[in-house]
Design a protein around this ligand. Structure first.
Ligand code: NAD
Length: 395
């Protein structure tokens, strides 16, 4: 029986780019959008056999029809809730009626939940749910109506879904500023200054829909299972930046090809080293020394100093961190280590150097760890920086 990727908002932007990657990987997709013509254009350009269904996801009546369509096609391997909208009206939140706010609530918050509920009986064991939130779900963006509240809601429901349903993996994606057609149009019309847009992005550039879609497709893969319940910020470091300086686009390292092979070098874990490729043009260092160090902060600093001294451009350093310690003095070092990673990401971002950490809340098998690293360390994740990503369910 066909295993399906069900993707919403597939007619444009991140959704269309994700459909292209899913199709190229050989997946069979059911593409949903209210834009019937756009959907047809996208589907016609994809390799393989796919299905489209034009529907309004703010209409609760749509979900029974979607479930019926799916029942006739196969089983669901992936649900990617990507459709979403902002509120450009500029009207202060307290001046909007609940009915006005409800346009965003219906699409951004209720529709992802309704789609998962409608498709749950049709999902394969271990199915993946990816809900597209936003950096706006982590920090408030004023004068956008319910945009930030609904995107925070998406993060909350995703972690609660993951905790309550062990039969699936649910993750949320928090994109930074994506250079979609809408954004390109605003730039072309002189209504958005791209130089201004990147001043708070440590990597000093916006990301393309194709790059963002790589993050969505990774979260939709079996390899992302250890991230279950998490919200992943994919934003060039903007979520961890404190705003003390401004970044400038003319200093930014241009992105490299996403399909560059990765050359991994692993310090402190031979089993992991054996599982990761050691030849390629994109350099990825993995450092496990903090797992056994007395002082996590000192271990992170030493690994970063070694990495920086080698002077690479366009490379990644991914640290493995132990669970948060219960000892309160060690807890201080642990928290400091996390912020050291964020600080280094902000200092290095313009040169394309990335630093992230995987925090092992529980022991994670080496092959599962290698699956996450194979993406996070690679050129496909070249906008991922400054993140401490917890793996495994909370202890
Ligand atoms: P987009 O506007 O290019 O695409 C959204 C798609 O959703 C469109 O094809 C639209 O027709 C469809 N859609 C809108 N309302 C619908 C409805 N009621 N029923 C069915 N389909 C509907 O958007 P994008 O920029 O690709 O954003 C995709 C997701 O990423 C959204 O959830 C958005 O909030 C989030 N996001 C985008 C950015 C960014 O900078 N573009 C940043 C953070 C988060």
């Amino acid at each position: 029986m066909t295993e399906l990727v069900v993707l919403t908002g597939a007619a444009s932007g991140i959704g269309r780019a994700a459909a292209e990657i899913f199709a190229t990987q050989g997946a069979s997709c059911l593409l949903l959008d209210r834009d019937a013509e756009g959907l047809a254009r996208v589907a016609a350009a994809l390799p393989g056999t796919h299905h489209v269904l034009a529907c309004d996801l703010t209409d609760p009546a749509s979900f029974a029809g979607i479930a019926q369509t799916v029942a006739g096609l196969g089983r669901v391997q992936v649900v990617a809730n990507n459709a979403g909208m902002s509120d450009p009206s500029g009207v202060p939140m307290a001046d909007q009626t609940m009915a006005q706010l409800d346009r965003l609530i219906a699409l951004n918050l209720r529709a992802p939940a309704a789609l998962v509920q409608a498709l749950r009986p049709h999902m394969v064991p271990g199915a993946r749910v990816v809900n597209v939130s936003s950096g706006a779900g982590l920090r408030a963006i004023p004068f956008r109506g319910a945009y930030s509240p609904t995107k925070a809601g998406v993060i909350g429901l995703t972690s609660a879904l993951a905790a309550s349903d062990s039969g699936l993996t649910a993750t949320a994606l928090c994109p930074g500023y994506v250079r979609t057609e809408l954004v390109e149009g605003l730039i072309a019309a002189g209504r958005l200054d791209p130089a201004q847009a990147v001043t708070k992005v440590p990597m000093a550039r916006m990301v393309s829909p194709a790059e963002m879609a790589q993050a969505l497709v990774f979260l939709a893969s079996a390899a992302a299972a250890p991230l279950g319940g998490q919200a992943l910020s994919y934003d060039g470091g903007s979520s961890v930046f404190g705003g003390s300086i401004t970044f400038s686009a003319d200093q930014a390292a241009a992105p490299v090809a996403m399909d560059l092979a990765t050359r991994f070098a692993v310090a402190g874990d031979d089993a992991l080293a054996a599982l990761l490729p050691a030849t390629g043009d994109y350099e990825a260092q993995v450092d496990a020394t903090a797992l056994t160090a007395d002082n996590a902060l000192a271990a992170v600093h030493a690994a970063a100093a070694r990495f920086a001294k080698a002077g690479p451009r366009h490379a990644s350093l991914t640290l493995l961190l132990p669970p948060a310690p219960t000892d309160w003095i060690a807890a201080g070092d642990h928290a400091a280590a996390g912020m050291a990673i964020a600080t280094l990401a902000c200092e290095w971002g313009r040169s394309g150097l990335r630093i992230n950490a995987l925090q092992l809340r529980r022991p994670v098998p080496a092959d599962a760890l290698a699956g996450v690293l194979a993406w996070a360390g690679s050129a496909r994740a070249q906008y991922l920086t400054g993140q401490v990503i917890p793996l495994g369910r909370p202890a």
